[in-house]
Ligand binder design. Sequence first.
Ligand code: SF4
Length: 445
Amino acid sequence: MSIFTEDIVNFRSVLQLAYNFLAGRDYLKKKKFQERKKLISVALPFSDLVFASGAVPVFPIRMEQFKVHSYLTALNSATNLIGWNLTTKLLSFVRKFDVLKILDTVLDDVIHTINDKYNELYDLGIDHGISSDFCYGITGLTGMFVSKGKNLDANINFTIRCSAWNKYSETLKQFVPRQIWVDIPPRNIDNALELLTDNVSQAISDLEEITGNIVSDNSLNKQFRIGNQIKRFYKTILYEFSASDFYPCNPATFSEILALLGLSYQDYNSDNQRYLESFSYLVKEMRERINKGIGMDVSDMPRILLTPVFGGWEPESHEILYELGARTIYADWEILNLLEEISVSKNSNPVEEYAKFLLNATTRGIGYDQEALTDSYIETAKALNVDGLVFNQVFGCHSISNCYSLLRRKIRNKLEIPTTVINFNKIGDNVEQVKTRLGAFMEMF
Ligand code: SF4
């Protein structure tokens, strides 16, 4: 699978993001034991309040020990010693001696390492006795808490409109006694915003108690500003670069980058400033490469939106689509309205602004009202101007996955682009079927 590597070795920002994702364990240990920071688990991209409180958000898989490819470790040490620019020069030097074979396995390793760990934790969730009715995402998360939950100081829950998710959240206190809840009221209640603002305030008080820090309007706005910049960069990649006829890299690599961004966006790799810098570098590097004509002409490759993937998906899918002549876009957080900016205007009340952001996301995006959710799919597919849509039906999901028939009808009436559905249970389980389904789908182009 060397299709990724040639491109990836040039992308220092991607390497940095990958390294920071995988090397989370050591980083978090340092934060907890040397800097005495509190570790608070988050799932889904809801890390703002934790950052604002001075604690460290953790998407729990990042507490695991990953096999970090020695090249990435070496690169990281070199980077710390001599800086990124020189490291890039060093790489060009290394490439001249054709030791690319060593580098060839790097990104492939990163992706496989993460996937293997996901499956391992999924099995741990099953061994723990979680009902086989739960989706892959929830089962894997349970495994993460079984494995490393004891290292956490608290967990923060946001009640989204998926009953399985809320049922699972209730079980987490067996692993992490300190639970913080942000209950998001149903959208049809008149005073929903007021209630949610109170609930956010309560969560902030809990965080203050745990960390011993005061969460001021300034600390909230500072975090929102960082988050807003990250969201802008994320959108640039989705709307500008992914729509371009010329890609800064192989399109399979591009999908790989989108997958990595989707995963790491949940906790910003536990460091908001560092994550912002990597994102900003990534945009800069992509733009420079496009301007210099380094990359690949993809004008004849249809763009396929594959979604939802946040509850689990078969990562081989984008390779299969690539081999079939298409490019794959992952844009879950945009579809679910989680890339919307939070107002930091002068007279705004940051607690209320955050409540508005949550309410908007759960009303139009992650609210699991099939009508609203399918509209959001249609709007995003239209805005991204994709040529086709592959819906990922996750086994055990009785919320999002149910909306495919409604979505297909809407696509037929409003978008008129080819669509298909693939089924997912566990990574690696269903690859042949996915191949057959995507093969038939691509014949429509
Ligand atoms: S919506 Fe579906 S995939 Fe997402 S958490 Fe709920 S059951 Fe799992």
